[in-house]
Design a protein around this ligand. Structure first.
Ligand SMILES: [Zn+2]
Length: 283
């Protein structure tokens, strides 16, 4: 039995909501104040912390968030990085990737920068951390409130939706970014979708909230960052080797296939979002 707790919107502090959709025994609601999608009645903090460490989340069906090391995502990062960093990585000597998972991004960044960046990863999931270490990546789990180092860039990729309170978490990250340094965040540009159109399953309650470009850029500015750039890419997650399986799921009505979303491909052409934001330099 999962212990639950009720929370207000972490972005605008409103408690006024309307139901959005129900999945895996949890309601995702839309904040009437700012439009954020979040689970208002959610697993309590202790349950979330344990779940994040071991990669198991409990709902009506237990979700296994461990997945596997996926070199396939590196192809995506190789395509995205030159667009997000058109001027290359000059001036970037150190980089911390928070929630680095198996380290696919660290590997791509190291390759793209020809090893010129000292890339460090932090990962709470013990299975993922061990896998990254085995591939000789500099990965550990840091307490960011006491971590003694500052970096030229700190990235947070595909972590946002898992965080109980992203506003608080990102505010806390400022202390590990050098003055004038950068923050790179990737998350779904999802909160503007209707319940019908949003990509499902949403992975509740592993995912606790969904934001949008306008909500997130506004939030970053309030936290004290200056938004440098926003890049958006299509997010239709079918890996080539899974196409046959997706076609089978598409034909059999009891399964939910991502293939149905490809019919409306253009709707999802901007749903994967990367935002670069900078801290002010010390005066
Ligand atoms: Zn709100």
């Amino acid at each position: 039995m999962t212990k639950t707790t009720t929370v207000d919107c972490y972005n605008c502090h409103s408690g006024e909501t309307e139901p959005f959709l129900r999945e895996n025994g949890f309601w995702l609601v839309r904040c009437k104040g700012c439009g954020l999608l979040y689970i208002r009645e959610r697993p309590d903090e202790e349950t979330i912390e344990i779940a994040t460490a071991i990669g198991q989340h409990h709902g009506e069906q237990d979700l296994d968030a461990n997945v596997h090391y996926n070199p396939g995502v590196k192809a995506e990062y190789r395509r995205f990085l030159p667009e997000i960093f058109p001027d290359g990585f000059a001036g970037i000597g150190s980089w911390l990737d928070i929630g680095c998972g198996y380290g696919e991004f660290i590997e791509t960044l190291t390759e793209r920068s020809h090893g010129s960046i000292d890339v460090v990863g932090s990962e709470p999931n013990v299975t993922k951390q061990a896998s990254a270490k085995k591939r000789n990546l500099n990965v550990d789990y840091f307490d960011l409130a006491t971590h003694p180092r500052q970096y030229d860039v700190v990235s947070l990729l595909n972590v946002y939706s898992h965080l109980p309170n992203p506003y608080e978490f990102i505010s806390g990250l400022k202390r590990v970014i050098k003055p004038g340094g950068e923050f790179l965040i990737q998350t779904g540009n999802a909160a503007d979708f209707s319940a019908e159109d949003i990509l499902k399953p949403l992975g509740l309650p592993d995912h606790l909230s969904f934001t949008s470009e306008s909500i997130l850029t506004d939030m970053l500015e309030r936290i004290g960052f200056k938004v440098v750039s926003v890049h958006k890419f299509p997010d239709l997650p079918i890996e080539p080797k899974k196409i046959a399986k997706e076609i089978a799921k598409f034909i059999l009505p009891k399964y939910n296939s991502y293939l149905k979303y490809y019919v409306n491909y253009r709707k999802y052409s901007e749903s994967k979002m990367f935002i670069r934001a900078r801290l002010p330099a010390e005066s």
